[in-house]
Design a protein around this ligand. Sequence first.
Ligand code: UN1
Length: 503
Amino acid sequence: MTQSPYRPLLEAVGLDAHMLEGGDLPVVTPIDGSIIANVASAAPDDVAAAIDTAEAAFQSWRTMPAPRRGEWVRLLGNELRREKENLARLVTLDCGKILQEGLGEVQEMIDICDFAVGLSRQLYGRVIASERPGHKMLENWHPLGPVAVISAFNFPVAVWSWNAALAIVCGNPVIWKPSDKTPLTALAVQRICERVSAEFGEDAPDGLCQTIIGDADIAKILVASPRIPLVSATGSTRMGRQVARTVADRFGKSILELGGNNAMIVTPSADLDLALRAIVFSAVGTAGQRCTSLRRLIVHDDIYETLVPRIKDAYRNVKIGSPLDGKTLLGPLYDKQAFEAMQAALQQAREDGGVVTGGSPALTDEYSDAAYVTPAIAEMPAQTDIVRTETFAPILYIMRYSELGEAIAIQNGVPQGLSSAIISSDMRETEAFLAASGSDCGIANVNIGPSGAEIGGAFGGEKETGGGRESGSDAWKGYMRRQTTTINYMAELPLAQGITFDP
Ligand code: UN1
């Protein structure tokens, strides 16, 4: 194989030649569709061995004081700060998102490390009032055991970090099965974790963080194992349904982050300059391949003719190109399959009476093996089935409304429930959107787009999005087991509920 021009970058992040050559899994960069490495995927036995190692690591890690566990994550954050630029470039190379977003993704990793370090001193239980005299009730949180993290290609490292940083301060080793489309970033992060453990010292157990490269069959072994009490999976609803069933069958826990079909409502009082920026970033960013990407725009009749032409103008000016080029706003789709799926969706939209602009191939002379495309707008007469389907591509379906209640019904009228937004300067409208009868999503934003969440909040959504929550707020509780304790500090034994029982 001739050496890829990207090889120096791979070496800069600690990936040695022996990790990049001779393996069975070709790694393609979406930038130009070329093969940049051939990495080795794991065998089923390797998975069993990884679970053994993780179980052994759990024995010591679970009794390590949580603030000391936080120290490991603090060192990880430090390493990520040092590696930010290189790792971001690798993210761009591996999944094709523009460098600004690659940098943002690594920053999200750093942010969650900071959050988790603080959390390591705040894994609070509670004291509960007992109904019995001389009794005390407590709730205590304990480590759970090895956690499997299954992540998708579009956030090849951040998703792992939201799970891993929390899991580790909560006392759990982590086994990571990254997308087989983006193994290089995972291998680079694995290298970083090994450095962190070396720096941490002897009490970092072997296999605190492990990475297993492989396809869905490898993931299935982890998912089915009763020795993995928690599986956190990010990806398609189809994948999540299988994971949910398998894990439920063995009474394990799962955290599912599945499809999104995120909408924005733009009301007559909206600041349209702000709306325009929010729309373009969230619909075109990451080439429409975020779970939180804006896919459906619901625009009030009174402003439709003003706003929609402005969006079309902005779309015409979006700079398409290599994601490594600082001026590019729209990089490639992951591959030609994604391009075909986008074309099929646009064709269906036309058949449903939609008027489509954009969505044509771009830069085909320069990058014949890659999948660059102009961002698409589909003005729809109604919310048809294709609009209700998540297509991972920069397609923005636009619909009209006249009453806010109607707009909220359209917004909620899809199987997914991840993120949502309203752009409005009218407090009555924004509060109606946020009320119990408003957006049914896990994330509901006002005057910002649906994508680009900060790590401080719990991240996840309802319905077919899977119901899981990761990242901030009290999402850490998903990575621990809850124990309720009643302590009697007197010499009598009164029973709860006033029961008398005198043998
Ligand atoms: C995803 O698309 O899988 O809110 C996650 C956002 C990012 C995370 C997206 N913080 O867009």
